[in-house]
Ligand binder design. Structure first.
Ligand SMILES: Nc1ncnc2c1ncn2[C@@H]1O[C@H](COP(=O)(O)OP(=O)(O)OP(=O)(O)O)[C@@H](O)[C@H]1O
Ligand SMILES: [Mg+2]
Length: 562
């Protein structure tokens, strides 16, 4: 980007540009970053073509500097076009107001008010906010974000047919997915049969990655009608239907956007991917149920940290990437068979230039993947530190919440941000219980949670409801043994919960209750063991009759579960 007052020029083979266009050409390689599309120019077969961006019923032609709807050019000034182009080029990203102003008014200094006026003009032309249609969001204190789904198209006649392109309307995101082949084919099969699947799991576990892969795999089957709706930046649940409509290239005009949308799509075959539903879960649930029930040709794939809980929905729980279990063979070859290790190795290589895993270092990689619970986002974040500090150092001082990297998705820049996103959606009781169960390492029982959480001010059933809520929102993992449910916090969630415990100055009291609970539990086990020993001694002194009970505590029931 040219800075104020600079007069550098850039030349591209076979193309001439106006001064204004030249000003907007990239002069460095920042546009080559993964996740950032280069909308400015694409070299195809030796010629240079301008790209177009489509969102909702609109088409923005970069080369012609024109915004069209149904082939008609809409009135929009030069600066407004610049702003719209800059925002629509990076959908989903929050762009600071200052960055926008520096880009659009590179030659003069302006007040923020000018930016506001132009953004208002763009919104007016797009009908933003009317009938649930949403394109530009003002993210308080941070900047603006283009929240519509953008499909970049090559110039010329291609754009008319692009909706039928076999790729469908999926974001152009480089995917290098590791170890989910079976999941993708099983989810695709489930979707084919059940029409409505929710990929459920905690933040950063790979739901969106899998959804995109399923969408790509299904694109041909759906004649290109695969549509991706990113709901992340949506703050008002009333805009859910409008966002879906925008992604389908439709504009809503009635006061009941949900019904109107259903009417518009009823007779067409679509795969709609609703990504990041949890923060607008009720509105999404309502719309998804309507779409599912009113048409047999609509297929829905949703990704969420919480289930929608509506008729027709089939849950698919996304599990972490497999990692080497404790005690497994730890040579480089052996650990590299696990996808979690492969991901770490690839990401470190991408950062450091190359990465060769030695047998000596293999146990550290295995340990790191275990500490990170096989969560892809955590692994990606740790890879940055491994590239900088080396494996041994990183494992030794792994501070889960501080791991960070730059990412287009703000809540993926740190694990703390990812967990904040979930935490902000919790009720007060769920927050209290989450932080108070932080002392538990490994599995714990409901009884243990109840003892350690103590009074939460919501009556006796409050803790059970809170635990159930935390499970539903993917913050607590569960498993069932023969008699009861067992719960566990992932390492990252636990680190986060401990931080919250400190923030609320409850460390001492909660750790004391945890210690009491563990002591009580161990005492019970001691008594039970004694009873078993006595029974054994009795047995050896007489021959049992066939009617005597033979049950005894099984070894696995003796494990500490507090
Ligand atoms: N199988 C995989 N192979 C390689 N990278 C992956 C894989 N799964 C996830 N990732 C990477 O991990 C990060 C988090 O993945 P993703 O965005 O799919 O998580 P998510 O479950 O959708 O998270 P959220 O709940 O925050 O939306 C992304 O950067 C993604 O590229
Ligand atoms: Mg996601």
């Amino acid at each position: 980007m040219l800075s104020k007052g600079e007069g550098r020029t850039t030349s591209f083979v076979g193309a001439s540009f106006t001064r204004a266009q030249l000003r907007r050409l990239p002069t460095d390689d920042t546009h080559a970053e993964p996740g950032r599309s280069n909308i400015w120019l694409t070299h195809m077969h030796g010629t240079v073509v301008h790209k177009k961006l489509r969102f909702g019923p609109f088409e923005l032609s970069i080369g012609e500097r024109a915004l069209r709807r149904d082939g008609r050019v809409l009135p929009l000034g030069d600066r407004a076009l610049d702003i719209l182009t800059y925002l629509a080029d990076r959908p989903g990203e929050v762009i600071a107001k200052q960055e926008l102003m520096d880009h659009v008014w590179s030659d003069v200094t302006v007040e923020e008010g000018s930016l506001r006026v132009h953004v208002a003009a763009i919104r007016k032309v797009l009908g933003d906010g009317q009938f649930g249609n949403r394109y530009i969001a003002n993210i308080k204190g941070r900047g603006y974000s283009f929240v519509g789904t953008v499909v970049p198209l090559a110039g010329g006649t291609e754009s008319r047919n692009a909706r039928f392109s076999p790729q469908g309307r999926l974001p152009v995101r480089p995917i290098m997915m590791i170890g989910r082949e079976t999941v993708v084919s099983e989810v695709s099969e489930k979707l084919r049969n059940a029409r409505f699947v929710t990929l459920l799991g905690p933040g950063g576990i790979g739901k969106t990655t899998i959804a995109l892969a399923v969408g790509r795999a299904a694109a041909e089957e759906f004649g290109g009608e695969v549509h991706f709706v990113d709901l992340e930046s949506l703050t008002d649940p009333r805009h859910v239907a409008g966002s879906v409509a925008t992604s389908l290239g439709l504009a809503l005009t009635s006061k009941d956007p949900g019904l109107e949308l259903v009417d518009l799509v009823r007779s067409r075959k679509f795969l709609i991917i609703l990504d990041n539903c949890e923060h607008v879960i009720e509105a999404v649930a309502l719309l998804a149920e309507q779409l599912y029930q009113e048409s047999e040709q609509i297929y829905l794939l949703t990704t969420s940290r919480e289930l929608l809980k509506v008729g027709g929905e089939h849950c698919w729980r996304v599990l972490p990437l497999d990692f080497p279990p404790d005690g497994a063979e730890q040579s480089a070859n052996a650990v590299l068979r696990y996808p979690a290790v492969q991901l770490l190795a690839r990401r470190v290589a991408a950062r450091a230039g190359s990465f060769i895993l030695t047998d000596e270092e293999a146990p550290f990689v295995a340990e790191m993947c275990r500490k990170l619970d096989g969560i892809p986002l955590a692994i990606e974040l740790a890879a940055g530190q491994v590239a900088a500090l080396g494996l041994k150092n990183t494992v030794a001082r792994l501070d889960l919440l501080k791991l960070a990297h730059r990412s287009a998705v703000a809540r993926h820049q740190t694990l703390k941000a990812t967990l904040d996103w979930s935490y902000n959606l919790l009720s007060n009781e769920e927050r209290i219980v989450l932080r108070r169960i932080a002392p538990f390492v490994g599995h714990f029982s409901l009884e243990g949670a109840r003892y350690v959480a103590g009074e939460i001010g919501a009556g006796a059933g409050g803790i059970f409801d809170a635990i159930a809520g935390l499970v539903e929102k993917s913050l607590i993992a569960t498993r069932f043994d023969e008699t009861q449910a067992q719960y566990r916090l992932l390492g990252t969630t636990r680190a986060y919960a401990l931080e919250k415990l400190e923030e609320h100055a409850e460390v001492d009291v909660v750790l004391r209750r945890h210690a009491e609970y563990v002591a009580g539990y161990l005492e019970l086990q001691r008594v039970a063991l004694l009873a078993i020993e006595c029974a054994e001694a009795d047995k050896s002194s007489h021959v049992p009759s066939s009617s005597e009970p033979t049950t005894r505590l099984k070894p696995e029931r003796m494990r500490y579960c507090g």
